[in-house]
Design a protein around this ligand. Structure first.
Ligand code: ATP
Length: 284
């Protein structure tokens, strides 16, 4: 199957400040790739190159099989972009904003009410965007990114700052899009969010990718699982952590519980955050 997004060793610097330093990855149709990294890691710069807002100094980008270099590619018609910079028209209503974008894409009969319904803004459709909260604007940005029924979707921090119900609604939209074949590239610095939403995650730090894999594989390969055994000991409670998946796990567990009153046993899994720190030497 042809990759929806194919990136080969792209580089970018702002003057002498290197921002992206030889990044390569692919996203398949219907796949959600979560781009994870701390502030200044190079996530936005990468997305800007993929969406044609910046031109890589070196390297190749192909989206839906077409080379992307700057704004001029026809493939932009098949992309949806929801970016940090909230360039919505504040003096227009939600409907007017979406109509304006539909016109830009040459879409004759956009299902604007359907999109507003999906992001739970139908009741506010005639209100000016200047009266919208941050979360409502964010949801409108997502609706706007979907106006052309995109095959590739770029979302920057799609659930950042949203209340749990709105965040869940956005996650559901992303999952539905990916189930219908849209490739999704999203950025976040929230590991839990990435774990929930992404089929694979890419760890980026200082302009370099350190891993691209499923959260499960990363945990299996790089995370240490352990069992936390709580026992009653000398009138108090003692906690003993036993590493799992090692040759002497059985013996260590036996020693932890032998002759003691066991209160609880919990297994603990390394979080993506632990693995990110282990691989990059840096937290989020
Ligand atoms: P964040 O999570 O904070 O949005 P990011 O991972 O998106 O961070 P980028 O915005 O891509 O990171 O920044 C990568 C590097 O490029 C940083 O060192 C940043 O300071 C630098 N940089 C980004 N934009 C500019 C700019 N317009 N001019 C100069 N340097 C920039």
């Amino acid at each position: 199957m042809q990759a929806a997004i194919k990136v080969d060793s792209i580089h970018f610097a702002y003057g002498s400040q290197k921002a992206v330093n030889g990044i390569s990855f692919e996203v398949a149709p219907g796949e959600v790739l979560g781009f994870l990294g701390p502030n200044g890691a190079g996530k936005s710069t990468t997305i800007k190159m993929l969406t044609g807002q910046l031109i890589p100094a070196q390297g190749q980008i192909h989206i839906l099989g077409q080379a992307v270099r700057g704004h001029s590619s026809a493939v932009h018609q098949r992309m949806g972009v929801s970016f940090e910079e909230k360039n919505l028209y504040l003096q227009m209503s939600a409907v007017e904003n979406l109509k304006f974008y539909a016109n830009l894409f040459g879409i004759k009969k956009p299902d604007i009410d359907g999109l507003l319904e999906q992001v739970d803004l139908l009741k506010r459709k005639k209100d000016r965007v200047s009266s919208f909260s941050k979360g409502m604007r964010q949801r409108l940005m997502i609706a706007r990114a979907l106006i052309n029924d995109p095959e590739v979707l770029f979302l920057d921090e799609p659930t950042d700052g949203l209340d749990p119900v709105s965040a869940q609604a956005i996650r559901n939209i992303i999952r539905a899009r990916s189930a219908s074949g849209t490739a999704v590239l999203l950025t976040t610095h929230d590991m839990t969010e990435a774990d929930k939403l992404s089929d694979r995650v890419a760890f980026i730090n200082e302009g370099v990718l350190h891993a691209v894999d499923t959260p499960e594989n990363l945990k299996l390969k790089h995370g240490q699982r352990s069992a936390l055994v709580r026992v009653r000991q000398n009138g108090g409670i003692e906690e003993i952590r036993v590493a799992l998946d090692s040759g002497d796990t059985g013996e260590a567990l036996k020693q932890a519980v032998q002759g003691r009153e066991v209160l609880t046993v919990h297994t603990e899994e390394a979080s993506l955050e632990d693995i990110f720190i282990k691989m990059t030497g840096r937290g989020l």
